[in-house]
Ligand binder design. Sequence first.
Ligand SMILES: [Zn+2]
Ligand SMILES: [Zn+2]
Length: 814
Amino acid sequence: MSRYVEVILPLALDRTYTYAIEDEQLQVGCRVEVSFGRHKRYTALVTKVHDEKPDYDIKSIENSIDTEPIVDVVHMQFWLWIAQYYMSTIGEVMKAALPSALLLENQTIMRLKNPDWRTQSQLDEKSYLLCEALEKTELSLGDIAQFLEVKNPIKIASKLIEQNLIERKDIVVDKYKVKFEEFVGLTDEKELTSYLEMVHRAPAQRSLLMSFFQLRRDADQIPVKSLLKVAGTSRTILKQLVKKNIFYIEEIEKSRILFDDRAAEFLFELTQDQRLAYDKILLAFAQKRNALFQAVSGSGKSVVYMQLAEHFLQRKKHVLILTPELSLSAELFSRFVKRFPNQCLLYNSKRSSSELVEIWKTINASDEAFIVIGTRSSVFLPFKNLGLVVVDEEHEQSYKQQDPSPRYHARDAALYLSKMLNASALLGTATPSFDVFWKANRKDETQNKFAKVSLDVSYSRRPRTGIYLVDLKSAYKKKQMQGVFSRELLSKVDEVLANGNQVLFFQNRKGYASFMQCNSCGHSPECPNCDVKLTFYQHRQALMCHYCGFEEGIKRSCSVCKSDQIDYKGIGVEQIQMQLKELYPDHTIERFDRSSSSRKDSGMKIIEAFNSNEIHMLVGTQVLSRGIDFLNVGLVAVINVDQLLFNQDYRAHEWAFQRLIQLAGRAGRSDSVEGNAMLYAQSFDTHHPVLQWAVDYNLNAITSSELNERIQFQYPPHVKIIRIQTKSKNFETNLRAAQYLVAAYKRIPGINVLGPQAPAVSRIRNWYLQNIIIKIHKERNLLDLRKQLKRMENSFNAIGTFQGVRLAYHIDHI
Ligand SMILES: [Zn+2]
Ligand SMILES: [Zn+2]
């Protein structure tokens, strides 16, 4: 009997496709290789096995890849929820969910078709070289590009295909390779004495053999690598011993996941406050509620996480800890691994794709319970027995995926997942997002799914960081400025440095200057691909675009009027670092921004160097504020806090408040600061209510004020928001498309449609952008609305003039 499977393809397709199978064993959740379209082959995932023959011609699958499922039905339902809720396709969700190495890659290779190609036609030099190379081996397009040093190898190849000299073949390439390690062992244990005799006259071989005895202890085999290292000899000597049949070498599959084999060293007792919070959290979980864990900086939030993790591990349940960004996950991991050396896994994009596959497979197959610490995509790991999800720093915006689709919010997805898997969820932060705060404060018990647990040790152990404002208006007027620093601020810097503590400087601008401007004609160099001015980087001597990565060398004169009167506007972190170096020539001053924190390991290295006092002052952008544990900071200096308040988003005040409190939390985390930790924020508008609330740490006041405003102006959590972004390479087409959509959306009842409006940066990578906002009343059925929007997209796509326009849906978040 013929059987069929439904599969998901890793493409932006909204449905599954049917293929025939012969493999009777094939299960749901296994990968198969299929051909789709004219040439292409893909890794697809089986979602259903059945025997209903479709009434159209179908292909058979090419190969089955797995014998055991790599993901179960429950997780596929989770994918489906993501696809529906965030208006993406199931194929895109699969692509985001699986480690890329599990999706075999489609690759086009070229091979020689006509062995008499030399006699066939006149070939230009490149074509000749290519045919000659293909005589020896098949080549991928990438290989050809490299070999011929051309950008567009397909051009040369297609000409040769037309001439029937070569042909193309599509293959899939498995990116995941099992790692092997070479081991060496004795061929025959009983021949020891004769072996020693055999190497009697060869001192190098003899010493290698002796090192082997030394190293192996009880094991039969030892890794070749460690043997050669200990013996200090080369591989040639080892080969001679293999040739004499004394040693044999064997390749053994090796896991890339390395567990720390040290014993747990970080053992602790919870303080009374922590114990109380811990008990309250477990009580909430027992009542089937999640918890908002509002813990001030320095109160030992992660110690409570550890205790909770232990609770669930003892019950053989997995624990997932989400962090909003890379360096935070690495930092948290480094602390957890001391406590749970054999049960911690780190899942983030810094790990190799093969390591990610092995973690995936371990979670999928092992009966043991683990703690996984990871960024956004770890919500997709195939947990079967998930006990607890912790979303650390839940207020961070980076939990929301921007591009590509699925544009999911990892915190909200994690909450949904925990509900599906019957796990408990804990949202931890010192500064709750106002949405979550509102949810946790609902009076209606039946609606309130969150218990609120707070941890505030600052009163008992050390006072929290004092927040002070410096009035820039008066400092300028009284001529009390040195560069960008007020004298008041500098005197605090001196004081803190004299006490042997460190200073953090925060400025939310990268580079040296936000832009360059000609003083004669006013011209500023702009990005050719985006609607922004180029940022000036002193250390690279270059102008760069943050949106597309465009870079050009700086020019000494204006490209328009040739004047050499060039000015720098908008002070970036580089310039602050430079000014500080002039003011404090005897101190070490480093920069910590996104570019330094995303380079492999260098972010962690800077933090380590800073924490070991090799660096006295650190200048950084907003990555500084993200929950990193700095040990010895006495002062946080915010160069210009007003920048935080100028933002078009309705959450600008919320974010500014969170940023300030988080920055303040970076100071005073050790006893060496002795309760004198300070944050100084320079501002032209010191009476701004948000700044005053921050000075008072008054979360209740700012949330009630902001949430009231959101009622008045119809913003979440009182309504739902979908932002739809249109983009096109043509400005006019894009605008017309957006206007068309607005008109169409306005016919849908129960929603308010705003726009179209161009975003602040209205062109990125040569794509013109328009935003449309849809506000949805709470009672409106969302599933139905999404379907309606999708239907409208379909008819929109059928309009010829709008062919090149793309739509992106951003659910919940602007
Ligand atoms: Zn000029
Ligand atoms: Zn650009």
